[in-house]
Design a protein around this ligand. Sequence first.
Ligand code: DQA
Length: 145
Amino acid sequence: MSSRPAVLVLNGPNLNRLGTREPEVYGSVTLEDLERGLRQAFPELTLRFEQHNAEGALIDALHAADTVETAGIVFNAAAYTHTSIALRDAVASLSTPVVEVHISNVYARESFRHTSLLAPVAAGVIVGFGVKGYHLAVRYFADQA
Ligand code: DQA
């Protein structure tokens, strides 16, 4: 067991395409850049990164991360945020706190992005600060640990 607190950064569908996907909305930072930046910013944590396009794989990742070693989960469920009761139930089943992150300001976009099924069962939500939002979310857990 590592003595450093662990944080899982979990990304959902299409976020493997960061950097090239709609750069005017999501910026030019790739998922690899994002992960490298977080590792550099938080050497005191054991950071784990997962990205899955499939809903079931995200549910399995949430279940697997729910251990005493995990201080928190930073979760960008991407489009599933707005649709997935199964992911909401998975988050609600955890003892580990989850911070929901969105790169874009979903409230300034299409109305179907204004509803989050996850927000009511998340510890908090960070929206619209670009990839910096992941840093803010990890900082929350680093300060708790
Ligand atoms: C997103 C916002 C979602 O509405 C969208 O489906 C995504 C990314 C964001 O990070 O801004 O894929 O979660």
